[in-house]
Design a protein around this ligand. Structure first.
Ligand SMILES: *Cc1c(COP(=O)(O)O)cnc(C)c1O
Length: 735
């Protein structure tokens, strides 16, 4: 429905347009007609829809929520309609964060689903609901990262609905998901289902996310425990269980809800257990009830070929930890013997015959596989030569409506050249017309200044807060600046500010630019170029090397400050999440990305910066090969090695710290000079605007969704097809 229509409605009309219900429950944000329409498309016999499976989905309300925005615009307060009143309160003032993501993979899932909703593509997502979320992070200057439990309650979360049992509307609906012990005895387990609604920007479509929640009395304790924390890796068994909670829940959930999708998209291989069930089902149809005894190796291979037509697979990383390999015996403790028989045929690891390789299984059983950037395609082909021919590329993108700051959006709205950028981010290609436009340059500069102020004032407040909290929490403030007086402490928004934030993982080398502190300090102090370095990010609780990187950043703060007479300030913001990410990617003057090539498959935070007109400083890895444009949009540094078997080495000795940091110092002076010397500043601004022209049209999730849409082979109405074709014209990742 058109946003402007609402303005002329009274409360009852608004209620009619935003409250809807069906046998599964009552929902807020879309009209009855839209609810019925979407549900009808997902359950239609033709199966013309997609089920998107992901271990994690990141879509917090505090960075993007079209329903809340609409309510704010309508200014409804105190409606006589009780139900409307309840929802308005909840959506305007309810909790904001669903902590069921850990990093790029989850945010990408959320961004993709939002674009599917905006483009009206019939998609339903399946994931797990983690009652204890991912961990929360505290940071102490002496200890480093401290892991704490995340507190949240799905019951109070706007946009999240527990599905009702259609036959007994006062109790939740449950599905049964079978588990088996070593002797193939059935262990009954159940999950209740939540729906998170990803509503389109105009509230005229939605993508439901079905979140499986095993924390209920009808599931045994060990299964409930395995679904509490995202990426619980306390034991191999709990890891396997968690994969199974997702993968084995897909078909039962689809069947119970009547979802008919002919395509299941695996966002990474975490949910690949669904393949085992599809194969079993196929064999049962072919061979009857005793298929488990009758099926030969050839039958299994034939079944795999047949069901592979239903699977689309996206592989996300060349890094070892991203690929599940499980001990076959431990797998046998929770899966049926027949599943093992299938895995014996399809997923035995070549080098370690005692293990099942889930990446291998996913690569083998699908109708199309894609990597997440052009370079990653080459890397994946080298890494898995037996599948090289089928590996293609669809470069990642981010949801522009989520990641562009309000201040920048206001600027984009003010220029007719960019009209319609919300519907079609391809329009940003017109930003070239604004390169010499004085008014645009002035407005844009002002918006940058506004966003920089937001970030620095957030940090300045945080630095004081940490001191105050110390007395209650016994946590030593993580930042050296917290101990200084106000004048020395405060960050200045006019000072060149570099941002670095992402998961702390060794290959991402968060500490790279501090490799030679004296060289870095001399660049700053010799030229009197002050710099703020702003860091944020979490390390997985069982990743000790990742955690020591955080400690390293804390430890160099005082050193650099002293060596530069206070010109070089390093800040660490604890508790990295989407809202901190948005503040950072829009509020810094350059975004730093320095993974060891070629271990970063894509990277997406730099794309978020690019849409805000913030240039990247990056090694030539992941998406940056496609986004660099010969330096028009930022800077490159570091060793541009050829991709071969040695490239995949993740040991610290082969992470090229000395070479790549030296290469950074070489360009760093020039970057600072461009920012600080008046005659050069306009070339810095040119780079900002060129990001809008060259990168925003490509690295958005609308274009991403359009490329996936082609793979899905969906039949869509003329209008949707036209929109998707327009978006596709902006780019072809696989060429
Ligand atoms: C975008 C984003 C990421 C991914 O960052 P990369 O640079 O791609 O690793 C991780 N975490 C959060 C909260 C994000 O918003």
């Amino acid at each position: 429905m058109n946003q402007n229509l609402h303005i002329h409605m009274d409360h009852d009309e608004i209620a009619d347009n935003m409250i809807s219900s069906n046998q599964w429950g009552r929902f807020f944000g879309v009209s009855q007609q839209i609810l019925d329409d979407v549900w009808q498309r997902l359950t239609a016999p033709d199966g013309n829809s997609v089920t998107y499976v992901s271990m994690e989905i990141g879509a917090d309300r505090d960075v993007y929520h079209p329903i809340k925005k609409m309510l704010q615009k309508l200014k409804i307060t105190g409606s006589a309609n009780k139900t409307l009143d309840h929802y308005c309160n909840l959506f305007l003032h309810g909790p904001e964060k669903i902590p069921n993501y850990s990093g790029g993979l989850g945010i990408l899932a959320g961004d993709s689903l939002k674009s599917f909703a905006d483009l009206k593509i019939p998609v339903v997502a399946i994931s797990l609901l983690y009652r204890k979320g991912y961990f929360s992070q505290l940071v102490d200057s002496r200890i480093g990262q401290i892991v704490t439990v995340t507190d949240w309650s799905p019951e109070r979360m706007p946009s999240l609905y527990l599905l009702k049992n259609p036959e007994h509307p006062d109790i939740p609906f449950e599905i049964e998901v079978p588990f088996f012990d070593e002797n193939d005895n059935l262990i009954p387990a159940s999950a209740q289902l939540w729906i998170k609604m990803e509503v389109s920007c105009n509230l005229d479509f939605f993508v439901p996310e079905i979140l499986l929640d095993y924390s209920i009395p009808s599931s045994p304790n060990f299964i409930r425990a395995a679904g509490q924390h995202l990426y619980d890796s306390s034991s191999e068994k709990s890891k396997i269980l968690q994969r199974r909670l997702l993968g084995a829940g897909i078909l039962p959930a689809m069947q119970a809800l009547g979802i008919t999708s002919k395509t299941i998209h695996l966002n990474e291989q975490h949910g690949v257990v669904v393949v085992l069930q599809l194969i079993s089902k196929w064999l049962w149809k072919k061979l009857g009830d005793t298929y488990e005894n009758k099926a030969s190796k050839e039958d299994i291979i034939k079944a795999a070929e047949a069901i592979s037509k239903q699977i689309v697979y996206t592989i996300h990383t060349p890094v070892k930890a991203g690929h599940d390999r499980f001990d076959s015996q431990i797998f046998g403790q929770v899966g049926h013997t027949f599943c093992q028989k299938i895995l014996d045929v399809l997923a035995r690891d070549k080098d370690h015959p005692q293990t099942y390789n889930f990446t291998d299984l996913a690569l083998r059983v699908n109708r199309t596989t894609n990597s997440v950037s052009r370079l990653h395609k080459i890397v994946t082909q080298k890494q898995f030569p037996q599948y090289a021919k089928k590996i293609t590329a669809i470069t990642n993108g981010v949801h522009h409506l989520t990641w562009i700051s309000d201040a920048k959006a206001e600027v984009y709205d003010s220029f007719p050249e960019l009209k319609n950028w919300r519907q079609n981010p391809g329009i940003f290609a017109n930003a070239g017309l604004l390169l010499k436009n004085k008014k645009f340059r002035a407005y844009f500069k002002e918006a940058c200044r506004h966003d920089a102020e937001r970030l620095t004032s957030y940090i300045n407040t945080m630095l004081i807060e940490h001191c105050k909290q110390m007395h209650e929490t016994w946590i030593d403030p993580p930042n050296y600046l917290s101990y200084l007086n106000e004048q020395k402490r405060n960050l200045d928004p006019n000072v060149f500010t570099i941002g670095f934030a992402r998961r702390f993982s060794t290959y991402k080398r968060a500490d790279l630019i501090f490799e030679d502190l004296d060289t870095l300090a001399s660049i700053i102090i010799d030229n009197n170029f002050p710099v703020n370095f702003v860091f944020s990010g979490k390390a997985h609780p069982s990743d000790a090397p990742g955690q020591s990187l955080i400690k390293l950043i804390l430890d160099i703060q005082e050193d650099l400050y002293t060596k530069t007479n206070g010109l070089g300030k390093v800040v660490f913001i604890p508790g990295y999440d989407m809202s901190i990410a948005k503040m950072m990617v829009s509020g810094v003057h350059a975004w730093l990305n320095n993974p060891k090539r070629p271990l970063e498959a894509s990277g997406t935070s730099g794309m978020k910066a690019a849409m805000n007109g913030v240039p990247n400083i990056s090694t030539m890895d992941g998406w940056w090969l496609e986004g660099y444009h010969n330096g028009k949009t930022g800077w490159k540094f570091g060793y541009e090695s050829a991709v071969d078997q040695n490239s995949f080495n993740e040991e610290s000795s082969s992470l090229l710290y000395a070479e790549d940091s030296a290469s950074f110092y070489k360009i760093f002076f020039k970057i600072l000079e461009m920012f600080y010397v008046d005659e050069l500043w306009s070339t810095y601004l040119d780079k900002c605007i060129m990001n809008l022209k060259l990168n925003a049209p490509i690295f958005n999730s609308h274009r991403l969704a359009s490329e996936y849409c082609k793979r899905y082979g969906l039949k869509l109405a003329a209008r949707e097809t036209a929109q998707i074709e327009t978006l596709q014209k902006a780019y072809n990742s696989d060429s």
